[in-house]
Design a protein around this ligand. Structure first.
Ligand code: ADP
Ligand code: MG
Length: 398
């Protein structure tokens, strides 16, 4: 792999204390883990370390306690959940630094696993405070970062400790970086990209980066309205950012210069409101009446993109192309999801998707498992897609 970090293959961990940064932000319902997907994906790293005789110390943030101890944001319920996934006991320390943590680490035998309390109970975590980082690092001999989803933040437990201990990427981090590298680092061309979602303003960097990297760029969702409006097309009452027209035109210009073909919607599903039983119509984007809103891409737009799919070797996708939460406007997004899944299954296409709502849409379409890689790492995934360095990954290379 092209990244300059060490993997677990290079770590000698038997009998050593290994601090593992995980992302344990799983949904909790009444104090119980409602979805253990994240834990299952983390298990290989923990199991490998324990099997090799390491003393495994797991740390993570949980939710946003803002530097205070908040019992409802304790990681305590995660210890039994992790134990169930690993099939071995997991101890819990009621603090992530200080005497309770030190004592728990001292009691740890080779091959045993300990979970520390929420790192964000201390303000030093998010501030990347050197003293807090040193206290965490002092618990261990080695550091393994397996929290790609937290890698866009320079916090004490992601960046601070990596500068204080010999550091390695965990297996999940390694897999995520390999998948993203295949998709954008050294993609097989032609590379297609789909960008949707609500606002151009939140994805300017992404659009700018993809418009020079991709060979075909489909822009959908409400952000496409801004591109249409910038070109003088009347979009009625559609969500649209009139203060972003210059940026939209600059993106189109950059794409043209670099030979990236931009597909904007040619037809749309429109309605007067988002009500569940509202009347809808399919119209060309040039025929949207003043009282209507564009809420999904139309069938001709989908067909036009699907025509391009068989030629593509790589596809990246972020952002639903319609207001998919309402079934009346989910057709475009679901059709794209199915078409991408089918192209991937046929073996030619490497498809990578991510983003909170995009993953929800893929699950709704029932095809999340059929893509090459689906990232659950919202913010970190987007930052990577924008071509930016992730501080915690960079820290592993140091
Ligand atoms: P992700 O979470 O995958 O990064 P975003 O948060 O950027 O995606 O965008 C998802 C949101 O965009 C959804 O809530 C969806 O309803 C909204 N959206 C998409 N198309 C439209 C549209 N035409 N009009 C209004 N909202 C839209
Ligand atoms: Mg979102």
């Amino acid at each position: 792999m092209s990244h300059g970090f060490r993997s677990l293959d290079e770590a000698s961990v038997a009998g050593r204390r290994v601090l593992v940064r995980a992302d344990l932000n799983v949904p909790l319902r009444e104090g119980r883990v409602a979805d253990a997907t994240r834990l299952a994906r983390l298990a290989p790293t923990l199991r490998e370390l324990a099997d090799k005789g390491a003393r495994v110390i797991v740390c993570s943030h949980f939710d946003r306690p803002k530097g205070r101890r908040r019992p409802e944001m304790s990681l305590a319920p995660l210890a039994p959940a992790l134990a169930a996934v690993l099939g071995r006991p997991v101890r819990f320390a009621e603090d992530c630094i200080g005497e309770p943590a030190t004592r728990a680490v001292t009691l740890l035998a080779n091959g045993e696993v300990l979970l520390l309390e929420n790192t964000r109970f201390y303000p030093g975590e998010e501030a990347n405070d050197p003293a807090f980082a040193a206290a965490l690092a002092g618990l261990a001999d080695l550091f393994v970062n397996d929290a790609f989803s937290a890698a866009h933040r320079a916090h004490a437990s992601t960046v601070g400790v990596a500068h204080l201990l010999p550091s390695y990427a965990g297996r999940l981090m390694e897999a995520e970086l390999a998948a993203l590298d295949a998709a954008l680092g050294h993609p097989a061309h032609p590379l297609g990209a789909i960008v949707g979602g609500a606002k151009v303003s939140t994805k300017l960097d992404l659009l700018g980066y993809l418009s020079v990297k991709a060979d075909v760029l489909l822009i959908g969702g409400a952000m496409a309205n801004t591109f249409l409006a910038a070109q003088g097309i009347a979009v009625g009452r559609s969500l649209e950012e009139s203060d972003r027209h210059a940026e939209a035109m600059a993106i189109l210009e950059a794409a043209k210069t670099r030979g990236c073909e931009v597909l904007l919607p040619i037809d749309a599903v429109v309605a007067k409101t988002l009500a569940p039983n509202v009347e809808t119509a399919v119209v060309p984007v040039t025929a949207v009446s003043p009282e209507f809103m564009i809420l999904d891409v139309g069938p001709e737009t989908i067909a036009r993109f699907e025509e391009r799919l068989p030629a593509l070797r790589t596809l990246v996708w972020n952002g639903p192309v319609g207001s998919f939460e309402n079934p009346l406007f989910s057709t475009g997004t679901l059709a794209l999801a199915s078409a991408i899944a089918a192209a991937t299954e046929s073996g030619r296409l490497c498809s990578v998707a991510g983003g909170g709502d995009t993953v929800a849409a893929l699950n709704l379409a029932g095809v999340a498992e059929k893509l090459t890689y689906v990232s659950n790492a919202g913010g970190a995934f987007l930052k990577w897609l924008e071509g930016k360095a992730l501080p915690a990954v960079a820290a592993l290379a140091a």
